[in-house]
Each structure stands twice: as structure tokens, then as C-alpha cells.
Design a protein around this ligand. Structure first.
Ligand code: GRF
Length: 204
């Protein structure tokens, strides 16, 4: 399995997908190479972005399958065919089952718009505004069977300013995401991310 061959999973807009493609073009992913987009929503804007970028896409509707496991088994087959060694979740709005987790243990990462473990789950930015925190941010973490519960790889903080709305805060958070995710992907593709229990070591 080659750590530099990457599949991005996304369900929506795909602005992080676009940022990763840009980073690859700019040489910022190092050895990393985006080989496939996987989406559970064929009509999502991210599918058009993949087409425009010339990235092959596997677009499957989970409801066309008898179970979540059969849906994921089809994905696993395609990932193995393409020798994918890193799965990058970027706004992929589904929990992952052992069918995908087990063959890709330690090879699935996610980006979340808060400083985990604060504000896991949906609408993390709205949750942070609603709670009134002064500091939030972005987390890149390994994926396990839970909701945003895997070991943390990297975090960046973002201050919440007086008068921020969910939209204004989201803009700054997304800006950080677009820079941080390519950095982590590059490190992973170079074999520099090591998982020891819940501790993650990212070597220079
Ligand atoms: C990002 O904020 C990411 O942190 C979260 O989902 C959002 C995806 O946005 N997991 P996009 O589809 O990349 O524009």
C-alpha cells in the first residue's frame, strides 16, 4: 500500500478538495498524489470539481446498497484496485464502518472545524459561536469508529472576534483548513506521521 496514493472523500462543496488539488499543483503535497474522489452524493458540487481537475471519481449512493457495509465494500475494492494508501476525509458526512476502517487502519484522516474534543459533530462553527468561546480552530485527526474521536495529528487555533457570525468565523476557519490539511497530507505521504496509542508524532 503506498502512503502517497490518496483518495479524498467528500459529500458537499469540496472547497478543501479544491485546496488539496491546488496544493498538489503547487508542489506542496510532496510525494502525495490525489488519485480518486469518493462521494456519497453524486450531485454534490465536489463531483464537478473533480471532473474539472481531471481526477477520477467514484460516485455511489448508499441507498442503492442493501447495507452500509456493502456500500463500503464496493469502495474498498476500488481503493485496493488503485493501490490507495491514504484516505483524506474532507466534509464526508458519514460515519465509517469496520469494513473500511480495518483494511485502512491508521490510514484515514479527517479535518474538523473546531479544537477537538470541543464541538464534535455537526455545525462545529455554529456550536462555538453559540457557546461563546473566545478561541476555536481546526483539528486534523485520525479516524476511528466514533464521531470526531480519533487521535489528534495537528491543531491550529482561531480567535473568535466580537461581532463574529457563523459566516465570518467560518471564512477564517476555512482559510486555516486550506493551509493545514495539505501540510498534514504532505507529512503523511512522506511517511512522517506516526501513531503511538493516542499520541501522534509528526517528524520534521
Ligand atoms: C470543512 O469545514 C471541514 O472541516 C468539515 O466539513 C467542511 C467541508 O467543507 N469536515 P468543504 O466541502 O471542503 O467546502
Amino acid at each position: 500500500m503506498s502512503s502517497s496514493r490518496i483518495a479524498v472523500f467528500a459529500s458537499g462543496q469540496g472547497s478543501n478538495f479544491a485546496a488539496l488539488i491546488e496544493a498538489q499543483r503547487a508542489g506542496l503535497l510532496g510525494e502525495g498524489s490525489i488519485e480518486l474522489l469518493v462521494s456519497d452524493r453524486p450531485e454534490a458540487p465536489v463531483a464537478q470539481r473533480a471532473e474539472a481537475a481531471g481526477v477520477p471519481a467514484l460516485l455511489l449512493r448508499p441507498k442503492d446498497f442493501a447495507s452500509r457495509e456493502l456500500y463500503e465494500a464496493e469502495i474498498v475494492a476500488e481503493l485496493q484496485r488503485r493501490d490507495i494508501g491514504l484516505i483524506v476525509l474532507a466534509g464526508y458526512m458519514r460515519l465509517i464502518t469496520p469494513v473500511l476502517l480495518e483494511p485502512f487502519a491508521g490510514r484515514i484522516i479527517n479535518i474538523h472545524p473546531s479544537l477537538l474534543p470541543a464541538f464534535a459533530g455537526k455545525d462545529a462553527i455554529g456550536q462555538a459561536i453559540g457557546y461563546g468561546v473566545k478561541l476555536t480552530g481546526v483539528t486534523v485527526h485520525f479516524v476511528d469508529g466514533g464521531m470526531d474521536t480519533g487521535p489528534v495529528i495537528a491543531q491550529r487555533s482561531v480567535a473568535v472576534e466580537a461581532g463574529d457570525t457563523a459566516e465570518s468565523l467560518a471564512q477564517r476557519i476555512h482559510g486555516i483548513e486550506y493551509a493545514l490539511y495539505p501540510e498534514v497530507v504532505r507529512a503523511f505521504a512522506a511517511g512522517k506521521v506516526e501513531l503511538q496509542g493516542r499520541q501522534v508524532i509528526v517528524r520534521e
